[in-house]
Structure formats: C-alpha cells, structure tokens
Design a protein around this ligand. Structure first.
Ligand SMILES: NC(=O)c1ccc[n+]([C@@H]2O[C@H](COP(=O)([O-])OP(=O)(O)OC[C@H]3O[C@@H](n4cnc5c(N)ncnc54)[C@H](O)[C@@H]3O)[C@@H](O)[C@H]2O)c1
Length: 444
C-alpha cells in the first residue's frame, strides 16, 4: 500500500512518539514486549567478542539478529556456531537498518570505539553489554552512565570475573568484617602498558589486508596508515589512541572487587610514577596511587589504593605471608585493622597471618554467568550488579589513572561532581578527546 506522504509523515511522527515513550518507560514495561526472547546484535565478533557472543548465545532465550566486524576473515567462528546471521562491517548501518529487530547489543571492539557504538545503541533504547574498560576516556564513562540511566536500559560491563565465586567471596569477606575495616589496598598485574609492539614511535605504513576496513577500524580515532602486526588485531592495546595500557586492560578486573568490597566510587587524588611516556604509547612499569574518601568499610579517610604493573610488586611483608608462600602474579592485598586478605586474580582469597585465621571457616559463595545475568536482567527489565551506574565510576577511575600516567609525578586532584581536575589544566584537556567526523559521541 502506498501511503499519502502527509499520512506517512503523521504515522512516522506517531511512531517516533511511541518509540520515545517506549524508551522512556520503565524497563519492566519494555521487558513485557520481549516475549521471552532477546534479539541480540554482536559488534566485534572475534577475540573477546567471540567469548562474549558464544557465552551470551548459550543462553536459551538469545537469538542473534546481526553480526558486525570490520574484518571479513573474522566471522568464521560466529558463523559456524550461529549460521545465517546477517553480516555488517559498519555498526552504524547495523544499528540503523536492524533497529526494530534488535533488543540488545554486545560491544567487543577495541577500547576507542566502545563509547561511539554503545552510546548509539543505548540512545536507540537497546540494552548493552560492553567490554572493559567501559570507555576510552573519563568523559565517555560519565556519558555512558548518564545515557544508561536516561534510557533505562539494562547494562553490564564485560569484566566477567565480577560474577565469579572467587571475587564475590573476597567482597563478602570484607563486608563480613573478616579483617576489620580496611586501611590500605595494593593491587598489581604483571603486564605493562606497552609490551606487544616494542616501539614508541609510529610504525611504517603497510598495505591494508584484503577484507579489512581500516577506515572503520580507526572509527573515532584520527587517521593514520595501517601498519602490519601493530594494531589490528589485539596489539592496539599499546597505543594511546586506541587502547588503555595495563591499567585499562586489567584495572577494571582487579580493582572491581576493591570497589565492591569498600564501596568506593571516585578518587579525590591520583598520582602516577613511571618511566615516562611518549604521546603515542602507554608507559612501561608504573605505580598509580589513588586516594578515595573513606567509607563504612575503611579505617581511614582518605584511603589509599596503590596500583602497580609491569613487574612492580607490593612489598611481600605487607601480606604477612607464611614462609614458602608467594604473592600471586596478579591480585590485591587488603590490609585491614585485624588482618590481611590476599585476593588473587583469579583465585580464592586467603587470610593472614595464618595463626590468626587457623580456625576461620570460609563461607561458600557461588559464582554465576556474568553474560547470562545480563540476558536474564534485560528480559526481566531489571538491573545487573555491574551496570554502567557501577562500571562508569570504576572506568572513570581507571582512565583518571591513565591521565596521571601521562603526567608522571604530578598529583592530580579530582572533583567528580564537576568532572574536573581542579589543580592541573593540562590534565583537564585529557579528560576527553577529539572524534573523527561520523563517529562523534554527543553529551547526554
Ligand atoms: N573481559 C576480558 O577478560 C577481556 C579479555 C580480552 C579483551 N577484552 C576487551 O575486549 C575488547 C576487544 O579486545 P580483543 O582483545 O578481543 O581485540 P581484538 O582486536 O583481538 O578483537 C576485536 C574484534 O573486533 C573487531 N573490530 C574492531 N573494530 C571494530 C569496529 N569498529 N566495528 C566492528 N568490529 C570491530 C576486530 O576485527 C576483531 O574481530 C577490548 O575492549 C578489550 O579490552 C576483555
């Protein structure tokens, strides 16, 4: 049937109003229209994207309606597991063309594209599962949190260990007061900010492999030539324009139970020490000291949380370990008023000194599937435990650490209410970034 243009305009206007109402309505109302099936589009379908879509796709109520990847060679696993799902190279085309067929979106691209994609999806009322770190900049994390709240969508950051029994047990022990209130936390990981490309300057240009859409891979980032074995896939992590260093790669995992256990959310100061950076790559081994306002779980205010990476470790004595026991390769030491908890990444927590906790009975805490929890919550119109209201501040903190990493030795003072570093103009310019035309992130 051909509609009169005027009628069609009225119909579109009414539809738009209906859509706006639907999006603004409580998630529980929208959930009733999901009819027990969540129609999901996956953006970035290999690497961690494969883990995400295979884990989410193993939920009986998930139906994939679109796969998007900028590299034609990387659909193979997704296609083998879920045949017949349409392919896209450009997420904007997917989200536009399939808009009325999609309930939810998985974002598993490199960090620099999380916010442009997830913000477009949420603005259209889609539930979002987005990889960690939630975003590439502090400002983007704030916008993601505000957009999720405004659109009342179900969100989850992809730091899946959040839902593992080991991390939940660690959080529970602090909540139960097993070591008393916490005085200080030391967290660390073995990897360092630049370790995959072994260079600090721009690599030589190379031919773009067939099937790779380099322009779409760059997305929001400034144009630069493709280089072989330097960016796509995986090695983009080293580069400031695309990745977020070791702190960005592991901070949202390892600092997550620190946030959960202590109930902290925004630091008041951040200071980094490292071997110096260029404007291209992240630093080598670094220490980043955060101070947070005290909470009911802390002994002091502010409380210090010290991050180390690249082989730097906290002093072993802090953990009061027995002879023959070493610190794990990655994790956190919580120093409490009545003892110490060592929480490995990923492993069961231990309490020290051993003599004091010889008779301690560890509670049993079960883990759940982080991916399925998101699906269930989206269908039920509920929140997750790792939604952007929680993951936003965690990622803001991580990316504040990365601003400090670019200004080593300078103590930055953060005002989370005004979203400003109050004592350093240069640092303030690093809260956000420039976007290439067509990939902008609009403020909420
Ligand atoms: N939660 C975890 O344990 C974990 C582990 C690894 C990576 N990650 C996160 O997952 C994300 C992806 O990391 P990775 O190691 O898989 O990277 P990767 O480069 O190996 O894979 C990214 C995938 O996305 C595709 N892609 C890139 N840009 C795209 C775009 N604009 N649109 C559509 N597809 C695009 C790539 O072709 C590739 O298939 C990152 O944010 C990373 O921090 C999380």
């Amino acid at each position: 049937m051909i509609q009169h243009p005027l009628l069609r305009r009225r119909f579109l206007a009414q539809s738009a109003a209906a859509v706006a109402t639907t999006f603004a309505a409580p998630a529980i109302l929208r959930a009733s229209t999901l009819q027990q099936e969540l129609r999901v589009a996956a953006i970035g379908v290999n690497g961690m994207g494969w883990s995400d879509l295979s884990s989410i796709g193993s939920h009986g109520k998930v139906k994939f309606v679109g796969f998007c990847d900028i590299d034609e060679s990387r659909f193979d696993k997704a296609d083998a597991a879920f045949p017949g799902v349409p392919h896209f190279a450009d997420y904007r085309q997917l989200l536009t063309e399939l808009s009325d067929k999609i309930d939810a979106v998985i974002v598993s691209t490199p960090d620099h594209m999380h916010a442009p994609i997830a913000m477009m999806a949420m603005k259209a009322g889609k539930h979002v599962y987005c990889q960690k770190p939630l975003t590439h900049t502090v400002w983007e994390s704030r916008q993601m949190r505000l957009m999720a709240a405004k659109m009342n969508v179900t969100t989850q950051m992809g730091n899946q260990i959040h839902s593992a029994g080991e991390y939940r047990l660690g959080v529970r022990l602090i909540h139960d007061g097993a070591i008393g209130n916490v005085r200080e936390v030391h967290s660390w990981v073995g990897v360092q900010g630049r370790q995959y490309c072994n260079r600090t300057d721009r690599p030589p240009a190379a031919d773009i492999p067939a099937g790779v859409n380099w322009d779409l891979w760059l997305g929001a980032a400034a144009e630069r030539p493709f280089a072989a074995d330097m960016y796509h896939p995986f090695k983009w992590r080293d580069w400031q324009d695309f990745g977020s260093g070791a702190l960005g790669d592991f901070g949202c995992h390892i600092l997550d139970p620190v946030f959960g256990a202590l109930g902290i959310s925004a630091p008041v100061s951040i200071q980094a020490m490292n071997d110096g950076t260029t404007s291209e790559v992240w630093p080598g081994p670094e220490t980043v000291a955060f101070e947070f306002p005290g909470t009911e779980r802390t002994a002091d205010s502010p409380i210090k949380v010290i991050w180390r990476d690249g082989g730097l470790m906290p002093p072993r004595e802090l953990a009061q370990l027995p002879d023959g026991v070493d610190l794990p390769g990655a994790g956190s030491i919580f120093i409490g008023e009545n003892g110490v908890m060592v929480l490995p990444h990923v492993g069961k927590p231990s309490l020290y000194p051993q003599s004091k906790f010889a008779d301690f009975v560890m509670p049993v805490v079960a883990g759940t599937s982080h991916w399925h929890d998101w699906v269930d919550a989206a269908i039920a119109g509920k929140k997750t435990t790792d939604g952007f209201d929680y993951a936003g501040p965690l990622s803001e903190t991580v990316q504040l650490g990365n601003i400090a990493a670019r200004l080593p030795g300078q103590r930055l003072e953060w005002d989370t209410t005004t979203l400003k570093i109050t004592n350093n103009d240069t640092a303030n310019t690093l809260l956000t970034k420039n976007y290439r035309k067509g990939f902008e992130v609009e403020p909420v």
